[in-house]
Design a binder for this molecule. Structure first.
Ligand code: GDP
Length: 296
C-alpha cells in the first residue's frame, strides 16, 4: 500500500467509527483493527503495529469518546503521536561540522541505492559550501567504481578508487587518508552491498569501519523491501554502529512502513529520503510532516 492510500484507509476507518451511534469497545476495536490492517499493508512491522494498538487503547478513553468529544480527532491524534514516537528514536544522529573532517560510511544491500545516495549526500552538502569527497570501497560489484566516478565527475566532487586493488579495506583507508590531507570536510565511503545479507559482507563492513573510524555510519534502505526492513537493518546494526538511516525510492510506488521498521531496528533516525534517480531528488527527513502526509 502506498503512502497516500494508507492515509485514505485510516481516514475511512475513523469515519466509520465516527458514524457509529455508540462508541463502545467493539466499535473502537473494529476501527483499530482496520488501521492495523492498513499499516501492515504498508509494511510496518507486525510487532510495531501490535504495540501501537496496545498503546492507543491505553491512551484513548472510551468515556471521553462517549461524552461527545471529537472521537475522530482524539484517535487520529493518538495515532499521529504513536507514529511520531516510532520514528523518533530520541537522540539526534551525529551532525558533521563544516570545515572539520568527518568520515561518513554508507552501508546497505546491493541495489538499495547506496552509490546514488552517496553522491546525492555529497552534492547536497557541496551546494551548501562543504568540501565533500567520495571513496569507492566496493570492490565486489563490477562497475561500482565507474558508477561512482561518473556521478562524482558530473557533480565535480573528488573521488578515490581503484580498478586493480581488490582489498576494500585498503582502498577505504587510503582514500580517507588522502582526502583528510586535502582538507575535505566530508569524506564519504561507499561500501560493497553484495546481493544478500551474508557473513562475509558483515565482516567486511566491520573491517572497513575499523580502518576508517567513521564519525557516522548511514544505513541505506530501499523503501520497497517491505517486511524485510527490520531484519535487514538489524543485521547491519549488529556488525557496525549504524547511526542514521536514509530511505531511498520514496517516489513512485514506495511504501513508507519500512522506514518505521528501520528506525526501530537501528534506534537511529531517518535523516534523508531519496525521491528519484537524479542527484537533487533528495530531501531532508522530518518526522512530523512525514507522519502528517502519511495520515492524509
Ligand atoms: P547500490 O547497488 O546500492 O549502490 O544501488 P545504486 O545506487 O546503483 O542504485 C540502484 C538503482 O536504484 C539505480 O538504478 C538508481 O538510479 C536507483 N535509485 C537510487 N535511489 C533512487 C531513488 O530515490 N528513487 C528512484 N526511483 N530510484 C533510485
Amino acid at each position: 500500500m502506498v503512502l497516500a492510500q494508507l492515509g485514505g484507509s485510516i481516514s475511512r476507518a475513523l469515519q466509520q467509527m465516527s458514524n457509529a451511534t455508540v462508541i463502545d469497545e467493539k466499535v473502537l476495536n473494529e476501527c483499530l483493527n482496520e488501521i492495523t490492517r492498513a499499516l501492515l499493508q504498508s509494511d510496518v512491522q507486525f510487532k510495531l503495529v501490535r504495540d501501537m494498538q496496545t498503546n492507543i487503547k491505553k491512551i484513548v478513553n472510551l468515556d471521553d469518546l462517549a461524552a461527545g468529544h471529537n472521537k475522530r480527532r482524539i484517535i487520529q491524534q493518538a495515532i499521529f503521536n504513536e507514529l511520531c514516537k516510532i520514528l523518533d528514536p530520541g537522540k539526534p544522529s551525529f551532525t558533521p561540522k563544516k570545515g572539520k573532517a568527518s568520515v561518513i560510511m554508507f552501508v546497505g544491500l546491493q541495489g538499495s541505492g547506496k552509490t546514488t545516495t552517496c553522491t546525492k549526500y555529497a552534492f547536497y552538502h557541496q551546494k551548501k559550501g562543504w568540501k565533500p569527497a567520495l571513496v569507492c570501497a566496493d570492490t565486489f560489484r563490477a562497475g561500482a567504481f565507474d558508477q561512482l566516478k561518473q556521478n562524482a565527475t558530473k557533480a565535480k566532487i573528488p573521488f578515490y578508487g581503484s580498478y586493480m586493488e581488490s582489498d576494500p579495506v585498503r582502498i577505504a583507508a587510503e582514500g580517507v587518508e588522502r582526502f583528510k590531507k586535502e582538507n575535505c570536510d566530508l569524506i564519504i565511503v561507499d561500501t560493497s552491498g553484495r546481493h544478500k545479507q551474508e557473513t562475509a559482507l558483515f565482516e567486511e563492513m566491520r573491517q572497513v569501519a575499523e580502518a576508517t573510524k567513521p564519525d557516522l555510519v548511514i544505513f541505506v534502505m530501499d523503501s520497497s523491501i517491505g517486511q524485510a526492513a527490520f531484519d535487514q537493518a538489524q543485521a547491519f546494526k549488529k556488525s557496525v554502529s549504524v547511526g542514521a538511516v536514509i530511505v531511498t525510492k520514496m517516489d513512485g510506488h514506495a511504501k513508507g512502513g519500512g522506514a518505521l521498521s528501520a528506525v526501530a531496528a537501528t534506534k537511529s533516525p531517518v535523516i534523508f529520503i531519496g525521491t528519484g534517480e537524479h542527484m537533487d531528488e533528495f530531501e531532508v527527513f522530518d518526522v512530523k510532516p512525514f507522519v502528517s502526509r502519511l495520515l492524509g
